[in-house]
Design a protein around this ligand. Structure first.
Ligand code: NAP
Length: 491
């Protein structure tokens, strides 16, 4: 097996890995490689190609601050976002250092050599620093349902859509009513309606769904955004602060979400006339406890003649049907599971071993995911996570967080260079302090108090995924490298 040495190794070529690559390159840190398990850049936007895949954060905000784009509409569809990522990657001049179809199988820190060694099917990589941008929503989570493996028809996860399958006239079931399902269902409903097919939607928990004011930008607006100096920045800033205004409702006073509750209730009344169906789709937890969804066509799709919303719990799956707890069996040809991702037990952590030889997964098994500033972890020198523990957002663009973390990592690398250090490692005490304060704050949030189960919480009921303050606050806290919170090793 071959072995290649680089200064920096980045895992993942989604928004996070690409941002790190571009900024390292800008800093003159050109000796890096980006390992990517897939065959292209894009991460979640490469993988989620299901019908209707759209971003529910406005495009002008859901894009790099340093790579503005002439977006055609207010909320971008997956192909446009994927094309944007490909374009930014191509124009950045860094693609020559991306290594595709090469999953990082295992990473371990050699404290004597002060190096990371990462094993891949095509040889080892040895690097001073390891930047993990593998994504928080990248490992599909299949539901544990009795008999699902015996189903004889087609079954696939929303993030692994089978485009070869002709759904015309088929009987299809979708399990799940999260952000993915509410985009898939309206599209499937139309296709199946036109071809005499039928759709069953299996809902365990009714989500809160507010309208999405999506529209195509007029040519005048696009031209103004392109040409008027400062307008794009101003528009982006207005969107940013508009989204930040949601934070107090999530983190301090859920009562502030009342206008959104009213909007969501009106959305139900507008989309559904049948009182029984209205009742079934009405959520019974506080708005914001789970991710607030945005759609104009979810409720009309559920009300369509060729759709049945099933709220009885699923008892089992047989060779050709789903059986619910009330004993009803609904035959299907195709099963789509839109059941989300591994979020609090990230599969990659099983394969990353620190100074003591312990895996990140073992370290986190007892206490839950925790890092210093969502980025650095005691016992894992020179490892920097992007979109690490408690960096997630339910209300705004993750790209703002990614850029904040990449700036922090650049500052750490600058510190290493300037002081002739071989490694920095987050101190346990600083990490504990950070997480204690975070979890104290978390107790007041709607995610903990709102009366729901969600992918934000781990098996201990702790929210280890979301950031409980404003993103402006997050950026401020990561604005410079705080060496006092780190153990340093000198060459
Ligand atoms: P999700 O939000 O985790 O939703 C999973 C759905 O599957 C939930 O309705 C859940 O029900 C249901 N489910 C899970 N296991 C089940 C089981 N065994 N039996 C029955 N139902 C089951 O996953 P997602 O919709 O893929 O979205 C994940 C995240 O991806 C989102 O929250 C969002 O952050 C991101 N996303 C973003 C966009 C965007 O527009 N930006 C689009 C798609 C996804 P319960 O609610 O009862 O658990």
């Amino acid at each position: 097996m071959t072995s290649r040495t680089v200064d920096h190794l980045i895992i993942g070529a989604g928004f996070a890995g690409l941002c790190a690559a571009i900024k390292l390159d800008e800093d003159g840190e050109k000796d890096f490689a980006v390992l990517e398990a897939g065959s292209d850049v894009g991460g979640t936007w490469r993988d989620n190609t299901y019908p209707g895949a759209t971003c529910d954060i406005p495009s002008q905000l859901y894009s790099f601050s340093f790579a503005p784009h002439d977006w055609p509409r207010s909320y971008s569809q997956q192909p446009d976002i994927q094309a944007y990522i490909q374009q930014v990657a191509a124009e950045s001049g860094t693609l020559d250092r991306f290594v595709f179809d090469t999953p990082a199988q295992d990473a371990s820190w050699d404290d004597e050599a002060q190096r990371w060694t990462v094993r891949t099917p095509h040889g080892d990589y040895v690097a001073k620093t390891l930047i993990v941008g593998a994504g928080g929503l990248s490992a599909p989570r299949m539901p544990e349902i009795d008999g699902i493996e015996t189903f004889q028809g087609e079954v696939f996860h929303s993030a692994r859509w089978n485009h070869d399958l002709d759904l015309s006239g088929k009987r299809v079931a979708v399990i799940g009513t999260g952000a993915s399902a509410i985009q898939i269902v309206p599209e499937l409903q139309k296709v199946l309606q036109a071809t005499g097919g039928h759709l069953d939607v299996y809902q365990r928990t009714a989500p809160w769904v507010i309208p999405r004011n999506d529209r195509v930008y007029s040519s005048v607006e696009r031209s103004a955004l392109r040409r008027v100096p400062g307008l794009r920045k101003l528009y982006r800033a207005a969107l940013y602060w508009g989204h930040e205004a949601f934070v107090p409702a999530f983190t301090l006073a859920p009562g502030l979400a009342l206008p959104a509750v009213k909007q969501a209730q009106a959305n139900i009344r507008k989309g559904i006339k049948d009182p029984e169906l209205r009742e079934k789709v009405t959520p019974h937890f506080m708005l914001g406890c789970k991710r607030v969804l945005r759609s104009n066509d979810w409720y009309p799709a559920l009300a369509a003649d060729n759709v049945e919303l099933v709220t009885d719990p699923i008892a089992k799956v047989t060779g050709n049907a789903i059986v619910t707890a009330d004993g009803v069996e609904r035959e299907i040809d195709v099963l789509v599971v839109a059941t989300g991702f591994w979020t609090t037990e990230l599969p990659i952590t099983e394969h990353v071993r620190g100074r003591s030889g312990q895996s990140l997964a073992d370290r986190w098994r007892q206490s839950g995911m925790a890092a210093y500033k969502g980025t650095a972890i005691p016992d894992f020198p020179n490892l920097f996570m992007i979109v690490g523990p408690n960096t997630g957002q339910g209300h705004t663009s993750m790209i703002f967080i990614i850029e904040s973390q990449v700036a922090y990592i650049r500052a750490a690398l600058e510190h290493l260079r300037r002081h002739g250090l071989t490694s920095v490692e987050a101190e346990p005490r600083a990490t504990d302090r950070w997480n204690r304060s975070l979890q104290r704050r978390m107790k007041r949030t709607v995610w903990t108090r709102g009366g729901c189960q969600s992918w934000y919480l781990d098996s201990h009921g702790r929210n280890t995924t979301l950031w409980p303050r404003t993103t402006a606050d997050f950026r401020r806290r990561l604005a410079s490298f705080d060496a006092e919170a780190y153990r340093e090793v000198r060459a």
